[in-house]
Design a protein around this ligand. Sequence first.
Ligand code: DQA
Length: 149
Amino acid sequence: MHNILVLNGPNLNMLGTRQPEVYGSTTLKMVEDLCISHGQSLGQTVTHFQSNHEGALIDAIHAARGTQDGIVLNAGAYTHTSVALMDAIASAEVPLVEVHLSNIHAREPFRHKSYIAAVALGQICGFGAQSYVMALDALAAHLAEKGAG
Ligand code: DQA
């Protein structure tokens, strides 16, 4: 059994009503429920946390050190700005998969840069809520390969 933290950043609490033409009609609650049930099928215990505050996200990443086996992170707009989040991930030493609902590389140029990508196992974007499911699969494969339980 692996413990996985699904961490969502700013404005993702607005999913479902926020720019549905970009992000779809899936709510954050639906994303979280999907992660919990898909995680169960992979032998993962999924907990989730969302915050609009950079410091709260950093605290959650620090708390994951030694307590979580993996993190799925959608840092929202902090993806493109936050050296502090990047440093937190590097210091936590917990394998992390970066996710986005939208394909950030097909959008405005300022979204093409990710500070998270440099410290992530990899990045999955463009598949809506399925991006999270793929990230859980990727973590399961990574942890199995490492023989971590
Ligand atoms: C997002 C993409 C970001 O550029 C944006 O700021 C978000 C959501 C996504 O999931 O597609 O808030 O992370």
